[in-house]
Design a binder for this molecule. Sequence first.
Ligand code: FAD
Length: 466
Amino acid sequence: GDFPIETDTIVIGAGPGGYVAAIRAAQLGQKVTIVEKADLGGVCLNVGCIPSKALITASHRYETAKHSDNIGITADNVSVDFSKVQEWKGQVVNKLTSGVGGLLKGNKVDIVKGEAYFVDENTLRVMDESSAQTYTFKHAIIATGSRPIEIPSFKYSKRIINSTGALNLPEIPKKLVIIGGGVIGVELGTAYANFGTEITILEGSSELFAGAFEKQMTSVVVKNLKNKGAEIVTSAMAKGAEEKEDSVVVTYEANGEEKTIEADYVLVTVGRRPNTDEIGLEQVGIKMTDRGVIEVDQQCRTNVPNIYAIGDIVPGPQLAHKASYEAKIAAEAIAGEPSEIDYLGIPAVVFSEPELATVGYTEKQAKEEGLEVVAAKFPFAANGRALALNNTDGFLKLVTRKEDGVIIGGQIAGASASDMIAEIGLAIEAGMTAEDIALTIHAHPTLGEITMEAAEVALGTPIHIM
Ligand code: FAD
């Protein structure tokens, strides 16, 4: 029998949901404990957003070094030292995760290493390898995140890998089959295609991203992947894999035909399931869907009033910035503030080549909701900076309400879409109109001028296209 430790707010999981919740709760004057069974920073910092972007950067440097002859640059003997790439990627991750540790300590958050399990609605048990400790709390925020789904015919092994395995391969594969053409599959596929791997993407639906992005956007990425030599098979049904001595043979069905394909590895990226199955949620009667997603209200409160849930375990897109956004709402709600979720301004980005980004409504979604909209498009190819960057693929689209010009959405396929989408997000958040963006002076020559020009298109007065 141990003596329970008392705390105001206990946070379970230290990913972009949990660590942000802990910091905000501490800022608001609570005594906060955060429990993490693995590494600070969660999936995002350790095996998600950050290492994948580092890999994409390295692969892109390599690819552009090799293929810039069209602008007069030729380089001989460009090579990759993959273990050095991995080492650099590890340094980036370590800098960030130790930064999170410093921030938590600086905010006087008590960091506990171990696996948390609910005993009742005010008690949590934390187990370490050798010990166990009980904590009592007034409020809890569950932020346990998600893990890759495993499909029975593709049990993870040495050559059947998930995203974590793909981030940590010992060498650049010659051939990689990717099952699932979603965001993670496309990003990792892009990285390895740049490194020279022959990739094949098997996607179950008729389009990459299962139609989550507009066809016009997706096709920009498909064209680029094909230029890299990637094969993309849509409406493909992956059936099984047979592991050999130093390869794996994947069987799939497409166009009514059964086919096989041999590769060094098969990467399975078919979705992620919430980590809500082994934390004692039954003990407290927390309501979940049959897929283990926790139901929450506008303040991220579960059906048990003093317990909140955020991030990948609650409905909505599984994105780091969504987790962090909900984290602040939950911590503020616990402190008695009237904060509430508004998902309209949450952007979604694919770090493909070129990048894809969307925020708010698409034209189609707006129309489906009966809104009358003006969708104004401007191509990257008509922008001076895009030309001078040798990145002319893609377009930007602004979705405005017809009656008053208020911006309700935007989509970008093109270089730096991930950064450019922030301006449209701000416009939505602030209730700005196309005229507000058109009147904002954007520096020349910048990609930001594309947003300004699209706003001019919405007003019917573009300068640089007819
Ligand atoms: P997590 O980050 O999953 O953190 C949960 C933490 O809880 C983990 O550290 C886990 O160890 C801990 N935990 C679980 N159970 C317990 C327990 N019982 N006791 C104690 N601790 C526990 N999102 C983006 O927005 N942008 C991107 O570019 C992006 N790229 C990605 C690339 C890849 C390869 C992957 C896999 C994901 C990517 N994501 C990206 C998604 C992003 O990583 C997640 O949406 C985000 O990490 C969710 O945050 P979270 O706090 O909900 O959970």
